[in-house]
Design a protein around this ligand. Sequence first.
Ligand code: A3P
Length: 319
Amino acid sequence: QGSEESWDDEEVQELVQTLSKERNWYGNHLYFYQGFWCTSRVLRAMISFQKHFQALDNDIFLTSLPKCGTTWMKALIFTIVNRNHFELKNNPLLSLGPHQAVPYLELDLYLKNHSPDLENIPQPRIFSTHTPYASLPPSIKECSTPKIVYICRNPMDMFISYWHFTDILRSENVDPLPLDEAFEMFCQGIHGFGPFPDHVLGYWKAKQENPNNIMFLKYEDLKKDIVFHVKKLANFLGFPFSKEEERQGEAEEIAMLCSFENLKGMEVNKSGKQPFGAPNTAFFRKGEVGDWSNYLTPSMVERLQKLVQEKLNKSDLTF
Ligand code: A3P
């Protein structure tokens, strides 16, 4: 998993000097690395992750842009995969919370430690990452049977969610970022792990090439029929529901356990912070589709929709 010496700060310092830099949404900076934007702390962790991570054939990766439903998917995947080890009422999710149950690679494991011990994690290991497909470490792509689940969301709702979230991360001495300025940055692709269309398209194309290894989901579809998606996820991950489980309504129970209201109400999610600074409460705001209509003007909507669809033009992906 990499040695102490391979944490080469100087190399990162030098690299940072060569990258385009913009102010981020809550007061520090974002750097443009391998076609996407991230903070220098995340960049350091990312480089370590890219250099040292060794995938196992039965690993599961949850991939997403921030604010697209990652927390929800963490809870669902963890519960589906581990349901035979624990009764739902004793699920470790209740004490760990979604983010500790399924840690982020670059925002948690490699952020805290350049060489985390990942070998003793019970298998199948479940990891989460916001890294764009093109920048995933080779060992994930070379793995014969990686299971990659990608969750995306309507960019307008993602933008509103991100704007609220980054406001919570802002220090007191930094002024709030007005909505129209944030919108301008979002349209220019300047947001964590953005641009949005590039991230989504990267996983969409990879899915066309590896349909068996990549599952591509939309937040809005999950909201429409969560039980259907719990079953679909279980099949894809190799943990299908048995006839007995179907009779007992296991998928329905998992959907309930991981519902917005239930997760938001869990004690573990009412306190504590993520290693990158976000309080756990910040991951549960409204959990709705279409909240953008309370914030965006018709011309903003038109601009963003046009911009995204132009980039997605040649794919059959729409939002
Ligand atoms: P809103 O800000 O629109 O409410 P992420 O987990 O990728 O950071 O995404 C966070 C978004 O997902 C937030 O959206 C949050 O409220 C929503 N969310 C969190 N848990 C959810 C759940 N169980 N069901 C539906 N939405 C959820």
